[in-house]
Design a protein around this ligand. Structure first.
Ligand code: DP6
Length: 329
């Protein structure tokens, strides 16, 4: 009753921001992401009589309960599989987990897949994405590779709120994302807390929702047409709209720090010079720069020169979550 899975992080091109239900987790709007080769989590799960409780170790540190209820998610898998044993979970990521880089997406995706396999649960990819979504919303997209859509769904039980591949990673191999990490002293508000506050207090939240379906439609077309400018411009504007709702909540959530602005302006300057680069941002100060393979060298060099940029992580379209044979313990 032991299994290991790896999953890549994913970065949304049309963002998930706001829940219509928190139990089960159901989104207010659909979203589209790229699964990122370059930022991965590997997780081993073992169920055994010898464990008196679930234990979770992430990057060599014991995980303490927080708002992302990993222990509760393991219980969910046990209940479905009808098993009574407890689990030992060990997880490692190849990128900084606290940097607001979708670590919960790769983490929950790898955990769910490994736990199901270890528990002997046979689920279809769609069922796996529905189960993964209950741990953390954005994680349901990491079940699949390439470019992925998470459908909002209509039902209260969440049976129609699942992720699905739009195109596989081989469809657009030149697409790149440069995660640009900035120095940040302040711990930002979590995405979970931030989105709840936005839904509750932002006067413009309904306006955000009114534009998302249009963005989803254009983004899907743009991906299918491999139209980089269209993907980049819709992604950038979508992220700015999401941040506009964050900024106008009470109390205001401002994730941007000076280095964030430096990168935004640098990207816009590059565009003026004819280099195709666009930015997107999530619930934190880091900026992800979208570009194509041919421009990676120039763009990375310019980003590295900016004050406050500590490092960059280069990602390309990657695989969905998968079972591997090498365990972590
Ligand atoms: C800004 O998936 O972390 O990254 O469902 O509460 O676990 P929970 O939230 P989470 O939120 C991600 C928000 C985002 C946008 C996105 O990835 O679509």
């Amino acid at each position: 009753m032991k299994a290991t899975a790896t999953a890549n992080a994913n970065i949304a091109l049309v963002k998930y921001w706001g829940k219509r239900s928190s139990d089960p987790i159901l989104p207010q709007n659909g979203s589209i992401s790229m699964t990122c080769e370059g930022m991965a989590t590997k997780t081993t799960v073992e169920f055994s009589e010898q464990y008196a409780e679930h234990t979770v170790t992430i990057n060599d540190e014991e995980f303490k309960k927080d708002e992302k209820d990993i222990h509760g998610h393991i219980d969910r898998v046990c209940k479905l599989a009808g098993i009574k044993q407890h689990a030992r979970v060990v997880s490692e990521s190849n990128f900084p987990v606290a940097a607001g880089l979708a670590s919960s997406a790769s983490g929950f995706s790898a955990l769910t897949m490994a736990a199901c396999q270890a528990a002997g649960l046979k689920l279809s990819p769609r069922e796996l994405s529905i189960l993964t979504r209950q741990g953390s919303g954005s994680a349901c997209r990491s079940v699949f590779g390439g470019f992925v859509e998470w459908h909002r769904g209509q039902r209260d039980d969440g049976s129609d709120s699942y992720a699905e591949e739009i195109v596989g990673k081989e469809y657009w191999p030149e697409f790149r994302m440069i995660a640009t990490i900035v120095e940040s002293k302040k711990k930002p508000v979590s995405s979970r807390g931030g989105m709840a506050q936005t839904v509750a207090t932002c006067p413009y939240y309904k306006d955000w929702l009114a534009t998302v379906d249009g963005d989803l439609k254009v983004m899907k077309e743009a991906i299918e047409e491999r139209d980089f400018e269209k993907v980049g411009s819709v992604a950038e504007f979508n992220a700015l709209k999401m941040h506009a709702t964050m900024i106008t909540t009470k109390p205001s959530i401002i994730y941007w720090i000076p280095a964030t602005m430096e990168i935004i302006h640098a990207v816009r300057q590059m565009r003026e010079e004819g280099i195709q680069a666009y930015f997107t941002m999530d619930a934190g100060p880091n900026v992800k720069v979208l570009c194509q393979e041919q421009d990676v060298k120039e763009i990375s060099m310019r980003l590295a020169e900016l004050e406050g940029v500590t490092n960059t992580i280069l990602c390309k379209p990657g695989d969905g979550a998968k079972i591997v044979t090498e365990h972590l313990f």
